[in-house]
Design a binder for this molecule. Structure first.
Ligand SMILES: Cc1cc2nc3c(=O)[nH]c(=O)nc-3n(C[C@H](O)[C@H](O)[C@H](O)COP(=O)(O)O)c2cc1C
Length: 213
């Protein structure tokens, strides 16, 4: 893709406030967005979050009741909820090491060294609050990956921190899976009536944002 085309996608992307509820996303496109999310990087490769694809319209309506002004929750074609694994710890690391061994045939000795690094540098070092903050940073990389993949396909998104996360946890019964939501992502097609996406971008002057030192 020429540079100008790829930048044009960034210029077109906007946090959509008003989605067109009548426009569905094709199955192949939706699958590509989920694949991009699945392939998104995370520190140590640990993927310490899950992505909930909320398919039940009744659940979306119930989530919307927690924050009625966030119309995107019900109007977009899809709603993803990013959720942190609340008991993240050594069993998850060991499962990751087992997957690594299965996928790559990595010798046990190398896996053991890697395990020690993750325990020393992360799991044994951070308290639960700091660990959840680290997990949220990984989830936001997934959020960005999904937004970027969608934009490449001409599909619109809106990240949703103002969605009522406590209500989402309850409606989706995430606690029973040791999950807690951290951010949502509405995915669909913009309505012609969305006014914000037609407005100029508001950003810092680039020289104040990118510091050349
Ligand atoms: C992590 C994150 C959370 C956001 N949460 C919300 C939200 O809850 N509701 C909303 O309408 N917009 C939300 N936004 C959209 C931002 O307000 C928007 O990205 C910003 O104003 C820049 O506008 P643009 O994305 O259209 O360029 C969020 C954006 C990000 C990156």
């Amino acid at each position: 893709m020429p540079e100008s085309d790829s930048l044009a996608l960034w210029a077109r992307r906007a946090a959509i406030k008003k989605f067109d509820p009548s426009k569905a996303i094709g199955a192949a496109d939706w699958d590509a967005i989920l694949q991009a999310l699945h392939l998104a990087p995370s520190a140590y490769g640990l993927q310490p979050y899950r992505v909930v694809d909320v398919r039940d319209p009744a659940k979306r309506a119930a989530i919307r009741e927690g924050a009625p002004q966030q119309a995107q929750v019900t109007d977009a074609a899809h709603l993803l909820v990013f959720a942190l694994v609340t008991d993240f710890g050594e069993p998850h690391l060991d499962a990751h090491l087992a997957r690594t061994k299965a996928a790559r045939g990595t010798p046990d000795e190398a896996l053991g060294i890697y395990r020690g690094r993750v325990v020393d540098g992360l799991l044994g070092k951070l308290d639960r609050t700091a660990l959840l903050a680290w997990q949220a940073r990984q989830a936001y990389i997934g959020l960005a990956a999904a937004m970027y993949q969608a934009s490449q396909l001409g599909i619109d998104t809106c990240p949703l921190e103002a969605m009522n996360l406590e209500v989402a946890d309850r409606v989706l019964d995430l606690g029973s899976r040791n999950l807690a939501s951290v951010v949502g992502l509405a995915v669909g097609y913009r309505s012609e009536e969305d006014v914000y996406c037609k407005q100029a971008k508001v950003r810092l002057p680039r020289h104040e944002f990118v510091l050349e030192i």
